[in-house]
Design a protein around this ligand. Structure first.
Ligand code: BDP
Length: 615
């Protein structure tokens, strides 16, 4: 079952985090499902939850394992929970999982970056220890989100080939929690916010199972805990005098507290943080609170040493600090939804977020055996050596589309109330060069628009082989988002001196669309500590000269409303001749220390206001 309300302890709800060191076993011979490992594992090793399992041990066969891995832990279900609904909730399992408690299946989920839960009441032993077993699988295909394939070698070994440029980190990446909730309870809350002058407005809709004779009420508190408004029932509108808006850099949050009460007794209570703000596209402007906003920041990854993609509040806080230090006001959650705890921090810090689904790798690499080297070969040829376009594949139109819509729906359901989310990105760099892509995206965009109660702008991120005139999907997007590498993948080295002009020419052709343009990626691989005069590619000097060229193009484009450099920090990728132990386009190293470019960006971005930027 899905469980999108973030677990919070209140007077009526209990949350127990059961993350920690769990038992772990790699299913090298794919026998666990038929051999009954769900009933309990033998010969296990230890594994940290949350974390990726890939980078902890020294064994390459584990790091690069393709297929199932198994986890086990024990937990106690207190007797006093017997009259409540008891659930186990996973922040995510990458890319799919099945969960058993005491040998009985309680949950399963497809899609590696979303929470899911299972109800335990029928299988759990109250007042006793219970055994929880999870199988997590990391295989990819052209219809999974994200996309990839599995390569089988003659020696029997299988390998996952991701069709994307980040390591296929796998495992239980986010906290696992036991929840004890009232049987009749609040199951969902949705807010829409608006303001006029100093008068703020919060529309609320609450889904709840309300016992006969009970009342549902809401109270809105300001950041100091002072009540500013109240209402009753499952739907209503709250007025807020002298509103404090949620602003980039100033994440002012109210709390909307919903309560089910009967004869003075609280049966359920759930508080939701709410930022009051508006988002709108008007002509070539991206408006936040009716003011033209300029995105400054990065595409990021959830990626760090040892943890891989595992949730770590230390890394998240450090990242927020560095974003603030460098003068960034925004990020894109490239290339998958980030942990819920990250989104909460973004709300609180006022970090503007372009929220992306895990749809990445929608480009046909089957003819290349799934090798990312093949992707680069294809990019080099301008896309002309493709065998069949991705969106013409029958399985993509059917199963792939279905998985993509699931990913869109779950992301919007999970994150719909976050003030930080100003736009949804429904795919990164799909191959949109053929008509079939136009039809495919027409359908996915319509679907996505039907899902967002706040009607936020929708986009996808365009790849360089699908320039203006060739891209068959851009007409569906509210904002044109471009990933471009003038001076790196093309026009690199000495020729980079002309990169800015070439980029500017492309921008002026996109400008004719009359929509805002955000550069969601531009960057150059740079080895921290490599210095060279005159510059060469990979040196810190080159990265800065490269950025200068890009910014020259940006500053000459009226319709351009943002720049997000690729990437915030160096990160782990697939292994290959294009990558030196990962992608090195970070402004920061993987250890979160600045390269020269970070200082350069800081001095540029501190001069660019969040609003009404005129180059
Ligand atoms: C883009 C991708 C991104 C890559 C980046 C790069 O969107 O995931 O890491 O290029 O090559 O194609 O550095």
């Amino acid at each position: 079952m899905t469980a999108f309300l973030y677990p919070q302890e209140t007077v009526s709800r209990r949350v127990v985090d059961i993350s920690g060191l769990w038992k772990f076993k790699v299913d090298t011979d794919s026998e666990g499902r038929s051999e009954g490992w769900k009933d309990g594992l033998t010969n296990t090793t230890d594994m940290a939850v949350p974390s990726s399992y890939n980078d902890i041990y020294t064994d390459k066969a584990l790091r690069d394992h393709c297929g199932d891995v198994w986890y086990q832990t024990e937990f106690l279900a207190p007797k006093e929970w017997q009259d409540l609904d008891v659930l186990v909730r996973f922040g995510s399992a990458t890319h799919r999982a099945i969960v058993w408690v005491n040998g009985e299946e309680v949950a399963s989920h497809e899609g590696g970056y979303m929470p899911f839960a299972g109800k335990l009441n029928d299988v759990v032993k109250f007042g006793q220890k219970n055994t929880l077993v999870v199988v997590v699988n990391n295989e990819l295909s052209e219809t999974t989100i994200p996309c990839g394939n599995v390569k089988q070698y003659d020696d029997g070994v299988r390998e996952v080939k991701p069709w994307f440029d980040f390591f296929n980190y796998s495992g239980l990446h986010r906290p696992v929690k036991l929840l004890a909730l009232p049987k009749q309870r609040i199951t969902d809350m949705t807010v829409l916010t608006d303001f006029e002058g100093s008068q703020g407005k919060v529309d609320f809709t609450i889904e709840a199972d309300i016992p006969a004779g009970a009342l549902l009420s809401v109270k809105l508190y300001d950041a100091d805990g002072k009540q500013v408004s109240q209402g009753e029932g499952t739907k209503g509108e709250l007025q807020v005098d002298n509103v404090n808006l949620w602003q980039p850099g100033k994440g002012y949050l109210y709390t909307l507290e919903a309560t089910i009460e009967k004869e003075g007794e609280i049966l359920d209570q759930y508080p939701l943080e709410v930022g009051i703000r508006t988002v709108k596209v008007e002509g070539t402007k991206f408006l936040i609170n009716n003011e033209p906003f300029y995105f400054k920041g990065f595409g990021k990854h959830e990626d760090s040493d040892h943890r891989g993609r595992g949730y770590d509040p230390v890394v998240n806080l450090r990242d927020m600090e560095l974003l603030n230090w460098i003068g960034a006001n925004s990020i894109r959650t490239s290339h998958y939804p980030y942990a819920e705890e990250f989104m909460q921090l973004a709300d609180r810090k006022g970090l503007v977020v372009i929220n992306e689904t895990p749809a990445v790798g929608q480009i046909n690499l089957l003819p290349f055996g799934g090798d990312m080297g093949g992707a680069f070969a294809m990019l080099g040829s301008g896309g002309s050596n493709q065998v069949q376009n991705f969106f013409e594949l029958d399985q993509v139109k059917s199963k792939g589309m279905e998985n993509h819509k699931d990913a869109v729906r779950e992301l919007i359901q999970r994150d719909k109330n976050h003030a930080c989310v100003v736009m949804w990105s429904i795919s990164n760099e799909p191959d949109t060069t053929h008509e079939a892509a136009g039809e495919y995206f027409g359908e996915v965009f319509d679907y996505a628009r039907s899902q967002d109660p706040q009607n936020r702008p929708m986009t996808f991120v365009n790849v360089l082989v699908a320039p203006h005139g060739k891209c068959k999907a851009a007409q569906h997007a509210d904002v044109i988002c471009l990933n471009r590498y003038y001076g790196w993948y093309m026009m690199g080295g000495y020729e980079m001196r002309n990169a800015g002009k070439a980029f500017a020419a492309e921008l002026s052709s996109w400008s004719t669309e009359g929509k805002p343009i955000v550069i969601t990626e531009y960057g150059a691989d740079t080895m921290a500590g490599v210095h060279k005069l005159p510059s060469v590619q990979w040196s810190e000097e080159y990265q800065i000269e490269y950025l200068d060229q890009q910014h020259e193009a940006f500053d000459g484009c009226e319709a351009l409303v943002g720049e997000q450099m690729w990437n915030f920090a160096d990160f782990q990728t697939w292994e290959g001749i294009m990558r030196v132990d990962g992608n090195k386009k970070g402004a920061f190293t993987r250890n979160r220390q600045p390269k020269m470019s970070a200082h350069y960006l800081k001095s540029r971005w501190e001069k660019i206001a969040d609003f009404n930027h005129k180059p």
